[in-house]
Design a protein around this ligand. Structure first.
Ligand SMILES: [Zn+2]
Length: 278
């Protein structure tokens, strides 16, 4: 059975901490480097439900995409909801490790997993990492479809292939417009709208698109917008990352059991279509 420190060394090769954005908080939140690891749980959000799920599974390590504490804290008292998570984890000898923007820009990264979930052919990063000589790392991905389809059909495919959420998938733009090329970016994507427009793609699949950036984007160009739930656009990364750790475990003969949490931790829990009959 590998020690936590050995597993973390392997994870750091996949997602080096120094490739995270400066504002980000990645790495190990809690855990004893000498603890033995036999089961690992991957999830998007380090919330109480995921900590409880790890206890149930008997996992000694949770790897999440989102940080527990993005900024510093002066308390981990169990009277705070984040402190409660920390208490739960430490009481049950469960380590927590975070790979956030260092996983976004990795090769393969969060947006490769999103593209893979929809069977899109990745052409290049949307915002390439200048330090990557192979030109594969970076933020977002520009992709091609095998066969052109309408924006409506593309959105329906996203709704079918991504895990179900209350939000589902919304589109902005002409649903009958033909889509041959798309940009994808897992997580909040409106800061990339200018780069997406410059990439001259037919559609952009992302999450958390706000009114003004979305309105301006569709007024300025025929770009179709496909907005899925933030959690759903990043969840495919958990499966990709779990497969990567499985492969590492096989190579080292670690015998790790690697799980992906099916729990929907998107905060939106219900959706009502406006104007629908009661
Ligand atoms: Zn995110």
């Amino acid at each position: 059975m590998p020690r936590l420190s050995e597993v973390l060394t392997a994870l750091d090769v996949l997602w080096p901490a120094e490739r995270a954005e400066e504002w980000d908080a990645v790495g190990t939140v809690c855990g004893d480097p000498d603890a033995g690891i036999s089961r690992v749980l991957f999830a998007v959000d380090p919330v109480q439900e995921i900590a409880d799920e790890a206890i149930e599974l008997g996992a000694q390590l949770i790897v999440t995409h989102h940080p527990l504490y993005l900024r510093g804290t002066t308390t981990v008292a169990a009277s705070t909801f984040k402190g409660r998570v920390v208490h739960t984890l430490i009481k049950h000898d469960i380590a927590l490790h975070v790979a956030h923007t260092n996983a976004d820009t990795a090769d393969p990264g969060v947006s490769d997993a999103l593209a893979g979930a929809l069977d899109l052919r990745v052409v290049r990063p949307l915002v390439p990492d200048a330090t990557d000589p192979h030109g594969r790392r970076g933020l977002g991905r520009v992709c091609e479809l095998d066969h052109p389809e309408t924006l409506g059909e593309f959105a329906a495919r996203a709704a079918k292939r991504l895990p179900p959420t209350a939000q589902g998938v919304r589109i902005a733009g002409d649903p009958d417009a033909l889509v041959r090329t798309v940009a994808v970016s897992g997580g909040s994507g409106d800061s990339l709208l200018d780069v997406v427009r410059a990439a001259d793609v037919d559609a952009y699949l992302t999450a958390d698109l706000r009114h003004h950036p979305a309105s301006e984007a569709v007024q300025q160009s025929p770009l179709g917008l496909v907005d899925a739930a933030h959690w759903a656009t990043e969840w495919p990364w958990c499966e990709q990352a779990a497969a990567q750790l499985d492969e590492i475990s096989d190579r080292h003969g670690w015998g790790l059991r690697v799980h992906v949490s099916p729990t929907v931790t998107d905060p939106w829990s219900s959706h009502h279509t406006s104007g629908a009959p009661n």
